[in-house]
Design a protein around this ligand. Structure first.
Ligand code: SAH
Length: 342
């Protein structure tokens, strides 16, 4: 698929087809604008015929707009698979949450995305497609971007699809492409430790966020199967390494589940774990997923938990829940989306 290619690879592709070099420029421009083949007016139909099998069908299947302005997008890929993305509007710009896999094999107890297991990885181009489509849909282009920030926090575990995700990061941050800087990209992981080291060693400098959700390994194992492979201690060590290599601070997501991990004792344990580290804690009151029998922590306890962290000099914020009315909030994105319309 042509979106998997960087500009040099497009040039090479056009060259192999025996077409003049300027066709590569035209083709690359059309891709960046998320134009479908039939919308491109400066390419001959014989050239279009040649590239049709490799050209993506840009498709937003559905769009849901929340009362708070957050927009959930449902994308359909050429294989027929469906994934979701969410655009959040802030004062500083627009953040798009993209999916990296169709489904997920991490099996976290509270999350809707992994409920059907992993269907397949998305390619680098399919992840990029989400960015380009939303940028176009919001009236943006390459010079005047309407997607300014990206979070790899949609469906899937990005580090479980390492090669495609890192190629995507290169494509999306390329100065020849849409040019969204790695500083404006955040990768969220449930903690695939070996891949965190690899990311640092491969020279990436995106913002790193760890989904922690528990303060000891035993509790974590109950809700996150990945905790059987890596301890919290190993994760923190890898984060420190990432910080040393990249200079980027890291963050921890902590979804507060009523009666499970939200006591002040848990807050104190979190303080003990993270004290002195160059990191931020993002508290998320657990979002409702109808198949899961877990309840999010109430407003007052969230505040008390947050205050406890702050009082102990842990950098922490409460994540504003956006798009909850369109099932667009953390952990609510799923593979069989259309089910919710039935
Ligand atoms: N697999 C990656 C990327 C998913 S990001 C990761 O685990 O980080 C989605 C974020 O939402 C993760 O922090 C995830 O743990 C969190 N999440 C999942 N289900 C949730 C729920 N029901 N309520 C709140 N957060 C949830």
């Amino acid at each position: 698929m042509l979106l998997d290619y960087d500009k040099n690879e497009i040039k090479e592709y056009v060259n192999v087809l025996g077409e003049p070099a300027f066709r590569a420029e035209q083709l690359f421009d059309a891709l960046l604008q998320a134009k479908n083949l039939e919308e491109i007016s400066n390419l001959s139909s014989s050239f279009k015929d040649k590239i049709a099998k490799d050209y993506p069908h840009f498709c937003i299947l559905k769009k849901l707009i929340s009362v708070d302005g957050t927009t959930k997008y449902i994308f359909k890929f050429d294989g027929g698979e469906i994934v979701e993305g969410v655009l959040m509007k802030y004062k500083y710009g627009n953040t798009l949450c993209v999916s990296t896999q169709v489904g997920c094999r991490m099996g976290c107890a509270f999350c809707a995305s992994g409920m059907g297991g992993l269907k397949r990885n998305l390619s680098a181009g399919e992840i990029l497609e989400q960015v380009l489509l939303v940028n176009r849909d919001q009236g943006g282009d390459v010079k005047n971007r309407k997607v300014t920030n990206i979070v790899l926090m949609g469906m899937g575990e990005p580090l479980d699809n390492y090669d495609n995700v890192t190629k995507f990061i290169k494509l999306v941050s390329s100065s020849e492409g849409i040019n969204i800087s790695q500083r404006n990209i955040t990768l969220s992981t449930c903690g695939l430790v070996s891949k965190i080291y690899q990311l640092a060693d491969d020279g990436f400098c995106v913002n790193l966020t760890i989904s922690l959700h528990a303060t000891d390994d035993e509790k974590r194992k109950k809700i996150m199967p990945i905790a059987n492979a890596y301890t919290i201690g190993e994760i923190i060590k890898a984060c420190k390494y990432y910080f040393e290599k990249t200079g980027r601070r890291f963050a921890f997501e902590y979804a507060l589940v009523s009666g499970e991990n939200d006591s002040l004792k848990d807050a104190d344990k979190l303080v003990a774990l993270l004290k002195g580290l160059p990191c931020l804690v993002n508290l998320i009151p657990l979002n409702y997923v109808k198949e899961k029998n877990l309840i999010g922590t109430g407003e007052r306890q969230v505040r008390a938990f947050l205050d406890r962290l702050l009082a102990n000099k842990i950098n922490a914020t409460k994540r504003r829940t956006m798009g909850a009315d369109i099932s667009g909030a953390c952990g609510q994105l799923r593979r069989q989306v259309l089910e919710e319309d039935k």
